[in-house]
Design a protein. Structure first.
Length: 310
């Protein structure tokens, strides 16, 4: 397709024409972050999606995020620039296997991390994100057994923080399990002044070295408020665009991956490009759709999350 010379300008024009809002996650390409109306972590983006007056939601993130926006807004057009922008963590929890796991533990409450498909949400009692998981689990009576899925690393972190025993689904994120503890330790030796910031989707050996653990928004906030001037960042490096933009005088070093690939960018998040975002708005496709019975069942645990995490 022939693309306009100034994509930024063309996207703004389409935004007004469609009465659209562009929501972007911190792991998106910097150009997409710069064109977005709101950038946030999963919880903030779900809140924005729940409260928007726009007719069209352009979701620059991955499929489960756009799906959450659609679950909250059945009558709005929700666009995802590339429908193949999935998630290895969501893929690590197939609905039929999770249904059997749940059936084997009928007395358990099911708390699912938002990084899962609508089918898994529909089987859950409460949805959580990395920024409210501890807070939500702490609100459940101590004698209530809990299944927590699909991320085993966030699950273990929540267990540590709450002192609760959770029955964990053994899923994981390929990006956050790819950070090298050894290389982080080496970086700490060459940069003794740097603080390590880590996302709870990282494995325990990496989290052990962290000065601060939190969701993408929490890591950003910490980096801005800290008196420290340099940081080793153990999450997808898209977040560094905002960190650097807000505090250009500070130094942000991406935590190195185990293998020798160029970086720890999420291959799914990065499928979205500014060009695809423009084309999605121009052509009103690809659009997120889902069966109404799944949508209705998945809405309940999302609403519970929004109520419980005010
Ligand atoms: P948060 O932005 O909620 O911390 O989520 C991180 C993530 O992996 C999203 O895919
Ligand atoms: Fe999924 Fe991991 Fe990518 Fe987040 S970073 S979208 S959890 S694969």
């Amino acid at each position: 397709p022939v693309l306009p010379h100034d994509l930024f300008e063309a996207i703004q024009v389409l935004k007004h024409k469609l009465n659209a809002v562009i929501l972007a996650h911190y792991y998106q390409d910097p150009d997409i972050q710069d064109v977005a109306d709101y950038i946030g972590d999963s919880l903030e983006l779900a809140r924005k999606a729940a409260n928007t007056n726009a007719d069209v939601i352009v979701f620059a993130g991955v499929h489960f995020m756009a799906e959450t926006a659609k679950i909250l807004n059945p009558n709005k057009l929700v666009l995802l620039p590339d429908l193949n922008a999935g998630c290895s963590l969501a893929d690590s929890c197939p609905p039929d296997q999770f249904a059997a796991f749940k059936a084997a533990h009928p007395d358990h409450l099911v708390i699912s991390y938002i990084n899962c498909t609508a089918e898994i949400k529909a089987m859950s009692d409460i949805i959580c994100t990395s920024s409210n998981a501890v807070k939500l689990v702490n609100q459940i009576p101590k004698d209530q057994p809990i299944i927590f899925g699909p991320d085993r690393n966030l699950g273990r972190y929540v267990m540590e923080q709450t002192g609760r025993d959770l029955l964990l689904w053994q899923g994981a994120c390929m990006v956050h399990e790819n950070f090298s503890e050894k290389k982080i330790v080496q970086l700490k030796i060459t940069h003794p002044e740097a603080e390590v910031l880590a996302h709870p989707e990282c494995e325990p050996p990496v989290l052990r070295h962290a000065n601060y653990i939190g969701s993408t928004s929490a890591l950003l906030k910490y980096s801005q408020q800290s008196y420290n001037k340099s940081f080793i960042v153990a999450t997808e490096p898209g977040i560094i665009h905002q960190m650097q933009k807000q505090t250009p005088d500070k130094r942000y070093i991406p935590a190195p991956p185990i293998n020798n690939c160029a970086c720890n960018e999420c291959p799914y998040m990065r499928l979205n490009t500014l060009e695809k975002l423009f084309l999605a708005m121009k052509n009103s496709t690809p659009e997120i759709t889902l069966p109404e019975h799944i949508r209705v069942a998945a809405l309940r645990p999302i609403q519970r999350m929004l109520e419980m995490s005010v």
